[in-house]
Design a protein around this ligand. Structure first.
Ligand code: PLP
Length: 412
């Protein structure tokens, strides 16, 4: 089921609104090296690369392509639309989709050979109907709720779901490929939920077998579990955030002895530079005032682009290797940084909002800490005005990336 060639990418954001003064550089070589490091850590266990939510903001198709090129047999998305977008782009490998509505017609997914999760007898019936109209067996992963209380069948409903699945297998409508679940706190070493969920998962798997099912895949682990909960690896782990070079939680990658490199670097060019006088208030509400004559620069990105307003007056960005503080409130399209009393700055100077930290810039995880959130949110929330520029792609027949969200042509 290897991908041979992907069709050229279509723009995924509204056309013509890409910023000309800011861009997120996506380092596909770093992505591949993270995948290699994770693979080494998980050994014989198979790797499913999670590319939902536009590849955590990095661009779903380029990341999917690189994951396949790096040997990933499995990709994971949330929604049917995401799975079908992969298929439309030419991907023919194994894909799992798991989040859909009560009235969703699953025929297109079955027809496109997408693996689909079912967490209830209702969902299973929809899948059986999809199989009938697609004229082929549906590939299903039965989801058990082992303690997250999000999706997945409740333990009390599991025997009924397994029995219905066994019936659907006998009728030739479905093939039960996997039994799966999701952790609540694998990123907190020693958390009591981990052994509880592991035991529940094992029980659910045994019940599925007792119902006559023969799922070949058991998968429970996310990035954190893949890295630091070896007993949760089973046959497959679903890895998202670590592939993008962000620690699932501070210290997890280090605990695993795995080096991750952030894949995304967000850069912008200063749109204004000026000297302000002592006492001058900066940005809405004058939450910060200059205590001396100083030079400020205007960064042309704001909360509409995903820059969190919670970082107002808190964070910093990188400028010429220095760390320059965010002053005043982050606005919808822009914010101000203080460059210093004697700064010799110019309009057009580059600032780095976040990246791997090589040039003194903060990381996405730093922004997360400032804002009381997680690195996941910092990268996934980047808006459609921020073009993604791809570098370090594996080349060959890799797709053109210059049309992704208006990204300008790049070295990829
Ligand atoms: C069901 C499921 N599996 C796997 C993942 C990947 O998690 P992580 O990014 O922590 O690896 C997610 C992410 O939200 C998820 O919802």
């Amino acid at each position: 089921m290897a991908v041979t060639e992907l069709a050229p990418l279509r723009p995924t954001g509204p056309p013509g609104i890409a910023s000309t003064t800011a861009a997120a550089e996506i380092d596909l070589a770093a992505f591949r090296s993270n995948l290699a490091a994770i693979k080494q850590r998980i050994g014989a266990c198979d790797l499913m690369v999670v590319v939902k939510a536009e590849g955590y903001g990095h661009g779903m198709l380029p990341c999917a392509w690189e994951a396949r090129a790096a040997g990933a047999r499995w990709l994971c998305v949330a929604t049917p639309a995401e799975a079908l977008a992969l298929r439309e782009a030419g991907d023919t490998g194994r894909v799992l989709a798991w989040l859909y509505g009560a009235d969703e017609d699953l025929t297109p997914l079955v027809a496109a050979d997408v693996d689909v999760s079912a967490q209830s007898t209702q969902q299973l019936s929809r899948l059986v109907a999809g199989a009938a109209s697609a004229g082929r067996r549906a590939r299903v992963h039965l989801k058990i709720d082992t303690g997250l209380s999000r999706n997945g069948a409740a333990m009390r409903d599991w025997p009924e779901l397994c029995a219905a699945a066994a019936e659907a297998v006998r009728a030739g409508a479905v093939e039960v490929i996997g039994v799966w679940s999701h952790f609540a706190a694998a990123d907190e070493p020693g958390h009591p939920s981990v052994p509880i969920q592991l035991a529940a998962f094992q029980r659910a798997y045994e019940q599925a077998r007792a119902a006559g099912l023969e799922p070949v895949l058991r998968h429970l682990g996310n990035s954190a579990a893949a890295l630091v909960v070896p007993e949760a690896r089973f046959d497959l782990v679903r890895v998202g955030i670590a592939a993008y070079g962000i620690d699932p939680a501070p210290g997890i990658a280090a605990l695993a002895g795995v080096q991750l490199r952030p894949v995304m670097t967000l850069r912008a060019q200063l749109a204004n530079v000026k000297q302000i006088e002592p006492g001058a208030g900066v940005s809405y509400g004058w939450t910060w005032r200059a205590h001396e004559r100083t030079v400020v620069g205007l960064v042309p990105l704001g909360y509409a682009d995903g820059i969190p307003r919670h970082a107002s007056d808190v964070g910093y960005v990188g400028w010429r290797g220095a760390q320059v503080s965010i002053r005043g409130r982050i606005c919808m399209d822009q914010f101000v940084v203080e460059l210093g009393p004697d700064a010799d700055a110019a309009v057009g100077d580059e600032v780095i909002l976040f990246g791997p930290g090589d040039e003194g810039e903060p990381t996405a995880e730093d922004w997360a800490r400032w804002c009381g959130t997680i690195g996941y949110e910092i990268v996934t929330r980047l808006g459609v005005r921020v073009p993604r520029q791809y570098v370090g792609g594996s080349g060959g027949s890799s797709p053109r990336t210059d049309t992704v969200r208006g990204a300008s042509p790049s070295a990829g």
